[in-house]
Design a protein around this ligand. Structure first.
Ligand code: ADP
Ligand code: ADP
Ligand code: MG
Length: 663
């Protein structure tokens, strides 16, 4: 076995590889870009080397520099993770030439499967069923159009070099073909530098079921069962599970055999995935399945396979790369229970799954156990940047059956909280709790079909959420002890009646508050609630509202609140009237930052005369802009900030010396 390996990647997969290496006593070398000098994979590895700029093309895709680092550090092998160089045949070859083992298949296997047209031809020859269509050399528009007509609409135009759901167009009718082809070619040229296309029959009700295979250099090939990855958005997986619900043993064996045949056809060694598309129009029993593509690497969703087989796939990868035989033969590989994985992404589901960036201010998950596993590349304090994939972590649960795994997932999601960056946690919860998902009524159109259920159009924060936010605001647990026990000190400062204003998706939301002896009377819109705090510790907040107990997690970042209640996740901003933008002001005119953030604009300079309400500067935090206004008439002094400066919570921004106050 190698005493030391280099990991040519970042994020959760780099951390994942390090975990197994450490268990095996193998030392690890991490590489990192300018953007990742303090990233989790760098913190975990035994050594780490800087390889270049933040852009992947300047760092994680620099095969030459990575090989240099491997040689210099004495690594005997390179694990490419996924993405980046993992399916780059030239890199695999360069490793071999340098006498460093590439932890993955041989370069020729990568090459044969790298382009979808070639892969399909090889599979067809080997007797593996492929999706009907055209994957030929003649790439003239007329030929492709004729082939699409012949295949029958709807068809899918696919870039042969495509990946990650990019370079695909659905064409419903012949008249639309040429314009779709042209736009798909443009996208493929820009993304993959290759405009070749194949034509496929578009299945209208497909399930994506893939088989994990493993080969060694001694000619053994086995399959480690299947994963159902039908839950996709933009042709990209969001939820995966194993085994595939409803798949009978006979079909499981047939797909496993087809996958092994596919792997043998190219003399495959290492971990690989054969992706099949299953036509479930007439149900899953005996449904036709077709080879779609092969991924010649470890896949994002490999943990579900590990959970149901009890095997460590990275360990197997290392053994195969070191020339060992596969540790088990087919009959010794057993399938136990059910596992589900959800991908936690920094993205805004409602806004067409737009990737989000920012610093994670809080991230908490339940403790890991045999029922719950967390594969994460980040911790609180880490940054999700524009440079890389916005996947934050994967949450995986296991139990004896699907129902149990779903229950575990429901619990795990309920105990997970993340703030600082908008993420898809509530969207994942909505999928897991959806009755159709519970029934395993799956196909790749699921998310689109149930869009309205998964992303309810009513985005207003509920009265419950507003009540929770108000209580969180009124019961600050800075000291960690219960403020309700010795309330005099802080209550004195507040009026008997007050209004808290929150900003949600829809605008301003007022909560009227009347202080009473043992509780509060809240007025939200035209409804009254009797509310008191039962418990507040850390991020947990339990309140009693009209006699009903509700529990939530509330994460506070300056004036911004992220609230998790049951399956909802809400973002609220506490708006402080008088100083919109909320610089806490005192009579002396000292303006402090309401929250950590970045100064995006400064409209005044020292010595300027301002009147109450004059905008002084704009702060950017939590994806929102906050205008800091002058709290009173006067002269600006002590202002030393410029656009681009970072400010911390409570920092003094400037001071307004009241008119008539000076000298
Ligand atoms: P799967 O998600 O099934 O493993 P994909 O083809 O969707 O397969 O991509 C695998 C992963 O590799 C993606 O989730 C993404 O994180 C990463 N990836 C894909 N392309 C790139 C790229 N060009 N640079 C960095 N990472 C990439
Ligand atoms: P990528 O390399 O981007 O992963 P794939 O060929 O694996 O491309 O396809 C990605 C997804 O697109 C599949 O998981 C499936 O949801 C959908 N898809 C691909 N081919 C077809 C098809 N012929 N009919 C219907 N959906 C398809
Ligand atoms: Mg695919």
């Amino acid at each position: 076995m190698f005493p030391k390996i280099l990991i040519a990647g970042r994020g959760e997969i780099a951390c994942r590889v390090i975990r197994t290496a450490r268990k095996k006593g193998i030392r690890t070398v991490a590489v990192y870009s300018d953007a990742d000098s303090t990233a989790r994979h760098v913190r975990l590895a035994d050594e780490a080397h800087h390889i270049g700029g933040a852009a992947a093309s300047d760092s994680y895709l620099r095969a030459d520099i990575i090989l240099e680092v491997a040689k210099k550090s004495g690594a005997g092998a390179i694990h490419p993770g996924y993405g980046f160089l993992s399916e780059n045949a030239d890199f695999a070859e360069a490793c071999e030439k340098a006498g460093i083992a590439f932890i993955g298949p041989g370069a020729d296997c990568i090459r044969s499967m790298g382009l979808k047209d070639r892969a399909k031809e090889i599979m067809k020859k080997a007797g593996v069923p492929v999706v009907p269509g055209y994957q030929g050399k003649d790439q003239t528009a007329e030929k492709l159009h004729r082939q699409a007509d012949k295949t029958g609409y709807p068809v899918l135009i696919k870039a042969v070099a495509g990946g990650g759901g990019k370079g695909m167009r659905l064409v419903e009718k012949s008249a639309d073909f040429i314009s779709s082809l042209e736009s798909c070619q443009r996208e493929a040229t820009a993304s993959f530098g290759n405009s070749d296309m194949l034509i496929e029959k578009y299945l209208t009700r497909p399930r994506h079921i893939e088989i994990q295979i493993f080969g060694d250099t001694h000619g053994n090939v086995v399959y480690l069962y299947e994963r159902d990855c039908s839950l996709q958005r933009r042709h990209q997986k969001v939820v995966e599970e194993a085994p595939a619900p409803g798949l009978c043993d006979e079909m499981r064996r047939a797909m496993g055999k087809a996958a092994v045949t596919a792997a043998r056809a190219i003399g495959y060694a290492g971990a690989g995935t054969i992706e099949f598309i299953v036509d479930v129009e007439g149900g899953l029993d005996d449904a036709p399945f077709y080879f779609m593509e092969m991924n010649t690497r470890l896949q994002v969703e490999h943990p579900v396979t590990e959970m149901i087989t009890g095997l460590d796939l990275v360990d197997w990868q290392l053994r195969v790369a070191a020339g060992e035989k596969l540790p088990l033969c087919q009959t010794d590989i057993t399938l136990r229970g059910h596992a589900i994985e959800v991908r936690l992404y920094a993205e805004d589901a409602e806004n067409n799954f737009m990737p989000q960036t920012g610093r994670i201010s809080h991230f908490s998950c339940p403790a890991q156990s045999r029922h719950f596993r967390l594969d994460s590349g980040v911790e609180a304090g880490d940054e999700i940047s524009i440079h890389y994939d916005p996947m934050i972590a994967k949450l995986i649960t296991w139990d004896h059956d699907r129902d149990g795994a779903l229950r575990q997932m429901s619990m795990a999601l309920g105990e997970t909280a993340l703030a600082g960056v908008r993420c898809n946690l509530d969207f994942l919860g909505a999928i897991i709790h959806h009755p159709a998902f519970r029934r395993a009524d799956l196909d790749t159109g699921f998310i689109d079909r149930f869009r309205d259920d998964l992303m309810p159009p009513d985005r207003q924060a509920s009265h419950m959420i507003l009540a929770l936010a108000a209580m969180a605001e009124l019961a600050p647990s800075r000291t960690g002890n219960d403020p309700w026990d010795h309330s005099n000190g802080w209550r004195m400062n507040l009026d008997l009646k007050t209004i808290l204003t929150f900003v949600d998706h829809d605008g301003m939301r007022d909560v009227g508050i009347t202080y009473r002896d043992s509780d509060f009377l809240l007025m939200i819109e035209d409804r009254e609630y009797e509310v008191r705090v039962l418990r507040q510790s850390g991020t947990g907040l339990d309140i009693m509202i009209d006699g009903n107990k509700i529990s939530a997690k509330v994460i506070r970042d300056g004036q911004d609140f992220t609230l998790f209640h049951e399956t909802t996740m809400s973002y609220l901003h506490h708006y402080l009237p008088g100083a919109e933008g909320e610089g806490e002001t005192t009579g002396s005119g000292i303006i402090t930052t309401p929250m950590p953030g970045k100064v995006s604009q400064v409209m005044v300079k020292d010595g300027d005369e301002v009147t109450e309400g004059t905008p002084l500067m704009i702060l950017e935090a939590m994806k929102m802009e906050h205008t800091i206004k002058a709290p009173l008439d006067g002269i600006v002094t002590g202002l030393s900030l410029a656009a681009g400066d970072q400010v911390t919570d409570g920092e003094i921004l400037a001071r307004i010396i009241a008119a008539g106050d000076n000298e």
